[in-house]
Write a protein that binds this ligand. Structure first.
Ligand code: SF4
Length: 352
């Protein structure tokens, strides 16, 4: 097996520690087209979400890196934890946490606390192309099916989730469970530009319909909302309407979070494809990666109106009430990798 060679990086410390050391020792197990896959040892799977911005308390990400390569994705910074500094490598060097299902089982058995929500697929997509080969997400679902009465959700853009309908059915019976299908736009051309390797929006909505027909609690994450790109009220209404027609039970929306590592990829994309928007984005994100104020309020109001028009739920409390179980005890000690998620919102599942 080849071993991963660290790229040259400015100011890289001479001694690697933690996840960077593990990544450097990760064997390459597969090559496909321009993508390399590495097997990464996982020491913990449940990462504490401590930002307070998110509708869940623990996150699980079976992969580091995501081949879907969305232009706005800011999870690229997570490769920097591994001392990998080229933002494009986030979609070209995928680390599969192959032992994480066994680690998850041990963590769930050792758990001690309290109905806290677990979200699978927050920093990266758990049904990205690597999953076809590694099946880590599927094996994690097999572990979840061994337990009961957890609060658990999956977020994805991928139709590959339909492969696991059998397990999702079991999990729906045993846990408070829901699927969040991220659909940023129904405009296929725009989606191809923004999310070049993710399944087209129509296919994602077909997956929503298939999940709903199978009795799975499913809804749509209409996020991120990108100023001037997918924020038109008619476009968002079309998305809400199609989501409702597909059988979605809820819709979430939030505006783009654009941190510096994401800007490095996103701004050149904007300059190439939508140069008229460059100045606006520079102004909007000049002071903060978070977009607060009037624009955000307008968008949240619009999403709330669309929920009301199409009978869709929205905030976390509505989701809690709508799902099968009430708050259950779910006991964990904090996972040592929690720094990975501390204080951060995530690209596929931004704060609602
Ligand atoms: S936004 Fe989500 S699906 Fe897109 S590249 Fe990032 S992690 Fe993958």
């Amino acid at each position: 097996m080849d071993h991963f060679t660290l790229p040259a990086a400015p100011e890289r410390p001479s001694g690697l520690v933690g996840i960077a050391r593990l990544a450097a020792a990760s064997p390459k197990v597969r090559d496909r087209a321009e993508v390399e896959y590495f097997s990464l040892e996982s020491r913990s799977t449940l990462n504490h979400e401590s930002s307070g911005h998110m509708p869940f308390d623990w996150t699980i990400n079976p992969y580091r890196g995501c081949e879907f390569g969305c232009k706005y994705c800011y999870a690229r910074y997570t490769h920097e934890f591994m001392e990998i500094w080229d933002g494009k490598d986030f979609e070209r060097k995928i680390f599969a946490k192959v032992n994480s299902p066994d680690v998850l089982r041990a963590e769930l058995r050792a758990a001690k606390d309290k109905g806290l929500a677990i979200a699978l697929g927050t920093a990266t997509d758990p049904y990205q192309p690597a999953e076809k080969h590694f099946e880590i997400t599927r094996r994690m679902l097999e572990v979840f099916a061994e337990f009961e009465a957890l609060e658990f959700s999956i977020t994805t853009k991928s139709t590959l989730i339909l492969r696991d309908l059998d397990l999702l059915g079991v999990i729906s019976q045993r846990h408070r469970f829901g699927v969040h299908m991220t659909v940023t736009t129904t405009n296929e051309r725009l989606a191809r530009l923004l999310e070049p390797k993710a399944p087209p929006p129509a296919k994602r909505l077909e997956a929503v319909a298939a999940l709903a027909q199978a009795g799975i609690y499913v809804g749509v994450n209409a996020m991120p909302i990108l100023p001037g790109l997918n924020d038109d009220s008619a476009a968002l209404e079309d998305l809400a309407r199609q989501a409702a027609e597909a059988g979605a039970k809820f819709i979430y929306g939030n505006v783009l979070f654009l941190m510096p590592s994401a800007m490095k990829q996103f701004m050149p994309f904007l300059e190439a494809e939508f140069p008229r928007l460059v100045k606006r984005y520079r102004l909007l994100y000049a002071r903060s990666a978070y977009l607060n104020g009037e624009y955000k309020e307008q968008m949240m109001k619009l999403v709330a109106e669309l929920r009301s028009s199409y009978g869709l739920a929205g905030n976390r409390e509505e989701l809690r009430l709508a799902t099968r179980y009430h708050q259950f005890a779910l006991p964990f000690d904090e996972a040592p990798e929690r720094a990975e998620s501390a204080g951060l919102v995530t690209p596929c599942n931004e704060a609602v």
